[in-house]
Design a protein around this ligand. Structure first.
Ligand code: SF4
Length: 346
């Protein structure tokens, strides 16, 4: 099997845009599951698509369901046969969020994260990311879960999305064209690859989605221990970048979120909270989202203690910085933040 894009590019005659739209309308129709159900495509095109590409570029291998909160985790095969994961979970608005992967494995090697232990294997193609939405949308339809819809997408699965810039951009623009997702319902969560953060500021086709930066520490030395790719100038670069970002996206819905994984005894003290708030106050229009560490087997890091979590949030709040807390979901099936890793072999 080859990708749909490869197949379309291989045709002698260029397919007109209206046909591409018809193909995508079919692909995004959750009630359809084969090219043969197209009522408006020429027979030879349907035959070519059928013979060369799957209706989905990714293949679901297994579904896990959390007994704690009903979160679903899917194990998938990409076009090259590598395994990766993607998650469907209920969100605070009573709808579904999906957490998508942009790469197989990840080169960033964040020390608390299970995905980082896999190393980098490959970038997913735009359609392999697009199809994670399509798969879950069909899954909701097939399993009669339609009292809820996919209202949000977060790039917090496997991989660093800004290290797969072109495919992530193409994927988001496809969702914006063919689904009811608005740009601010899609969040690209990044460790903060500075050249690509700067690149998106100058890129007219970069979608108006939201950006979340995984900070984890206000201190450059401590941050590098947690995010090994961090540079000594990272914090100043982010302050400068945040103002340029605000110039490009001045709307209030484009605040920057700093993700902060709280790890027991590492970055969860009162002093850490004070310095974090002071750092965030130097940036343009930003909020903090704390994530109590989801423990990963084989790693010594432990979850922040309840009391310390509360004190941390209070210390930040009293300095006038907005702080929210990510609800842990799918902990029992290793679907929570930082827990995605492929251990299975087929
Ligand atoms: S936290 Fe994200 S960027 Fe860091 S290693 Fe894990 S997947 Fe990669």
């Amino acid at each position: 099997m080859i990708s749909r894009k490869q197949f379309i590019d291989s045709l002698d005659k260029k397919i007109p845009n209206f046909r591409i739209n018809q193909i995508n309308d079919l692909l995004f129709d959750k009630t359809k599951d084969s090219f043969e159900q197209a009522s408006n495509l020429p027979k030879d095109l349907v035959q070519g698509l059928n013979e060369n590409c799957g209706f989905y570029s990714i293949k679901n291998v297994k579904i896990f369901k959390s007994k704690l909160d009903g979160t679903f985790k899917g194990l998938f095969k990409d076009l090259e046969g590598n395994l990766f994961e993607s998650v469907l979970m209920e969100n605070s608005k009573g709808n579904f969020s999906i957490c998508v992967s942009s790469q197989i494995g990840c080169a960033m090697g964040c020390t608390f994260c299970a995905t980082g232990t896999m190393g980098f294997i490959r970038n997913l193609l735009a359609e392999e990311i697009v199809d994670q939405y399509r798969f879950w949308n069909r899954f909701i339809f097939e399993n009669n879960l339609e009292d809820k819809r996919i209202s949000n997408v977060v790039f917090m699965g496997m991989g660093e999305p800004l290290a797969n810039y072109a495919n992530v951009k193409e994927c988001i623009n496809t969702w914006l064209k063919y689904t009811d997702l608005g740009p601010t319902k899609i969040t690209v969560s990044t460790v903060g690859i500075i050249p690509n953060l700067k690149r998106l500021l100058k890129d007219d086709s970069w979608p108006e989605c939201k950006i979340a930066i995984s900070l984890h520490s206000y201190d450059p030395v401590k941050r590098k221990e947690i995010v090994p790719t961090s540079s000594p100038n990272f914090h100043q670069d982010i302050i400068d970048w945040s103002f340029a970002y605000k110039d490009k996206f001045p709307s209030k819905s484009h605040y920057i979120t700093f993700e902060y994984t709280l790890i027991d005894g590492i970055n969860d003290s009162k002093q850490n909270a004070k310095f974090l708030a002071e750092f965030v106050l130097k940036t343009a229009f930003s909020k903090i989202n704390v994530i109590p560490l989801n423990e990963v087997s084989g790693k010594s890091f432990q979850k922040v203690k309840k009391n310390n979590l509360q004190t941390f949030k209070e210390e930040v709040l009293k300095r006038g910085v907005d702080i929210t807390q990510r609800k842990t979901r799918g902990d029992d099936i290793n679907a929570a933040c930082g827990q995605l890793v492929v251990n299975e072999t087929l």
